[in-house]
Design a protein around this ligand. Structure first.
Ligand SMILES: Cc1cc2nc3c(=O)[nH]c(=O)nc-3n(C[C@H](O)[C@H](O)[C@H](O)COP(=O)(O)O)c2cc1C
Length: 160
């Protein structure tokens, strides 16, 4: 029997080898063998449109912090999808999402800015922020993998 899989959209800005590895780890976690009922997709913010968001059941956002703010790529994404998503209340309202920030130093500006935008979008943050800051640590990979798996498992279980 064919079952319809829930869709987990991972929107990741990954301009460096480290961030590429982190984004891949989120996807790996989401595709963990223990989770069967979820289809995960890893995409660049530049190629995502509102319909991708509306058609998804949950979203993971991943951005670097640049100049104390989210990446230009993610900001461009939000600018393009904001009103089209709000216009489709049925598919957009309370969209479950979680956020990963890779920051050289801080991450606060990015966290606050994205929090304001997602509040306006009426999205629902379903996992605590994953903030990977400071010098690059191999532990970041495990944190990303865990988040991907947790989001996919929660989606499969119907608890988000
Ligand atoms: C133009 C530019 C601006 C940046 N601005 C910030 C910043 O304001 N705060 C911060 O914590 N990190 C900042 N960074 C560091 C990036 O967040 C970091 O390079 C990125 O997360 C990639 O990390 P990686 O070295 O592990 O690949 C900046 C990087 C670039 C290239």
């Amino acid at each position: 029997m064919n079952t319809i899989k829930k869709k987990l959209l991972i929107i990741a800005h990954r301009p460096s080898p480290n961030t590429e590895s982190m984004a891949t780890a989120i996807l790996d976690g989401a595709e963990h063998e223990s989770v069967n009922g979820v289809s995960a997709q890893l995409r660049s913010p530049f190629t995502c449109v509102a319909e991708d968001v509306l058609a998804s059941d949950a979203v993971i956002l991943f951005t670097t912090e640049n100049f104390g703010y989210m990446s230009g790529a993610l900001k461009d994404f939000f600018e393009r999808i904001y009103y089209p998503c709000l216009d489709d209340e049925k598919r957009n309202s309370a969209k479950p999402y979680s956020l990963v920030i890779r920051a050289g130093l801080d991450g606060t500006g990015t966290k606050n800015a994205i929090g304001n935008i997602t509040k306006g979008l009426t999205w629902k943050e379903v996992q605590p922020l994953t903030l990977c800051h400071g010098e690059y640590q191999p532990e970041f990979i495990e944190q990303c993998r865990t988040l991907g798996q947790t989001m996919a498992a929660s989606l499969e279980a119907g608890i988000i």
